[in-house]
Design a protein around this ligand. Sequence first.
Ligand SMILES: *Cc1c(COP(=O)(O)O)cnc(C)c1O
Length: 367
Amino acid sequence: MKVPLLDLKAQYAPIKKEIMKSIEDVVDSCQFINGPQVKQIEAMVAEYSGCKSAIGVSSGTDAILCVLMGLGIGPGDEVITTPFTFFATAGCVWRLGARPVFVDIDLKTYNIDPAKIEKVITKKTKAIMPVHLFGQLANMDPIMEVAKKHGLPVIEDACQSIGASNKGRKAGSIGTAGCFSFFPSKNLGTAGDGGMIVTQDEAFGEKMAIIRMHGSKPKYYHQMVGANFRLDTVHAAVLTVKLKHLESWSEARRKNAEKYNKLFAGVACVVRPYIAEGNVSIYNQYVIRVPKRNELRDFLTKNDIGTEIYYPLSLHEQKCFASMGHRRGDFSESEKAADETVALPIYPELKDEQINFVASKIKEFYV
Ligand SMILES: *Cc1c(COP(=O)(O)O)cnc(C)c1O
């Protein structure tokens, strides 16, 4: 039996006709830039996320960059974030000449530990950027509280968590702005790169739309310096078809997670994902923490089971950030997560036999 980490073809097959028709409409119209489908998907995502505005952009990375630019973040500024995330979270801060200031994670959820944020706030702090990793929200109530106390905006890196919620509040709807990615391996993926910014602040949303178009409004009159951060119409067209299925796909992932959870119950070596109270995860990843992680991974690979490590090196230990002077031990929980976690196949179309096979191989490895 083969169990890939992700099977995008299985997702595509039943909706192929609808997607091809939607792409064909764009090609026929030749409105490749800012076609009506862009406004359509923005309205759909705003509604889905419980936000007033949604602005389609070229990627999740550009969503983060655009928000940081809109907040005026630049040289000398600091943005508080987690070291256990995809590189883009901190990379965007760095690209603007600002500094990511890392705060260790809560090893249970793998998300930023809110209790450690206030200690690192300085005069230079300009924003807090929690990441909703693997499909569940960071602990937003205490984060919003400390942000409010210090007058700081909160950027939700929700690239892995579109549709996830905490006490009924959707990812991206709680902070100043939320950032989504439509990278193909995310729960809502397009046929390439794409992203979106959501916000409850319509004026800020308008600013995002201007920055996305080189800072121009009206056309060719530049009030600020932006960039080309647009979402292509073709991607918007693909996403309008796929968004209708997102809820059922995320539900299927939750069901698969439940099955794994049952199969791993009582397996002492396997620390299962912990979903905090009030959270509904979309399980962009099902991540377990285990001893002998690399050996387990090799064993699963030999058995045709796809896995991935998100992420093998905590950001404070990355070579490109060496000038910040961090060293091993600075963020021990993040380091532990990087050393001991592995993501298992969780995609919606997984069959029960495949889930059983993955679990049985993992159990076999540890007996
Ligand atoms: C995927 C991802 C991004 C970047 O999104 P892209 O669309 O690939 O640019 C940023 N942050 C996190 C946490 C991500 O998972």
